[in-house]
Ligand binder design. Sequence first.
Ligand SMILES: Nc1ncnc2c1ncn2[C@@H]1O[C@H](COP(=O)(O)OP(=O)(O)OP(=O)(O)O)[C@@H](O)[C@H]1O
Ligand SMILES: [Mg+2]
Length: 341
Amino acid sequence: MMQQDQVVEEQLQNEDDDDSFFQDIDMLQNQGINAADLKKLKSAGICTIRGIQMTTRKRLCNIKGISEAKMDKIKEAAAKLGDAGFMTALEYSDRRKTVFKIQTGSSELDKLLGNGIESMAITEAFGEFRTGKTQLSHTLCVSCQLPGPGGYSGGKVVFIDTENTFRPDRLKPIADRFNLDHEAMLDNVLYARAYTSEHQMELLDYVAAKFHEEPGVFKLLIVDSIMALFRVDFSGRGELADRQQKLAQMLSRLQKISEEYNVAVFVTNQMTADPGATMSFQADPKKPIGGNILAHASTTRISLRKGRGENRIAKIYDSPDMPESEATFAISNGGICDAKD
Ligand SMILES: Nc1ncnc2c1ncn2[C@@H]1O[C@H](COP(=O)(O)OP(=O)(O)OP(=O)(O)O)[C@@H](O)[C@H]1O
Ligand SMILES: [Mg+2]
């Protein structure tokens, strides 16, 4: 009996730890940081103590109205309140227990992904046109609202559209398949169209502020597609280094958001011919764009290719804990589903 109590006690303790996960920067007022400065941080998407720890001094100084002296004071105050970042492996394993998976609509694809799209991580799907990247994105908008395995409760989603291919009407037949009310379902999808790569980055500040405002409500952030605007904004060879630097900043922001707010990040990506491939006898001479920066930022990468008819084949491309294998799924009016044969 004693032991049982101890377990309960420990669980309560862990729940408390979870709260500290969302420590609001307003707490810094007690440390002598004034409300006006905290507002400036929030408008830059930095809303939690952890958010401050995750932001470089340089970036803090770049926020309008934050001088170097102020930045030092803020960093110091955050260090006092927050923990240094160390935890035991046991504590870390408890944190990992809050990780959830969002179902894709196809049980085969879920299996391939180890049960679905994972939170606190970036999942990237790349493939040629019509391979189902946008259809998968639409399906996830609906499926993330459904309760899932492992006690997943369902939640809201943010959709950042860089190619103008998001269609709310497309979500309706998908909702019908899962018996969701259209209006309630649409109300849970927060949509923004990004027009430039810079705008795409600015939207992430807004997203972070929104996630902070409604803690635990949003479960998924979709960017369809991650690279399209970078391709337009940085076109010449001479701009490649600049592009990769900006891309790295965006991905690092996405990674931080996924960890800070425990959400799944799903991004799509295009492909391009690999100029080096003709030399290496590769079977598939195309590869995802974005180079090593994107390759390293994505926790899980799946490549999509066409199969027969509506069928598509997904392959794990790069994952820390999943073997390289394939799954066949189909695109239907009700969204992504299992292939019939
Ligand atoms: N309502 C629907 N029912 C069945 N199939 C559909 C439906 N809507 C679209 N599709 C199929 O989805 C495919 C297009 O997929 P999608 O738009 O996701 O491709 P994509 O990978 O995003 O391509 P791109 O690189 O051009 O963005 C087409 O083959 C189309 O027939
Ligand atoms: Mg698309």
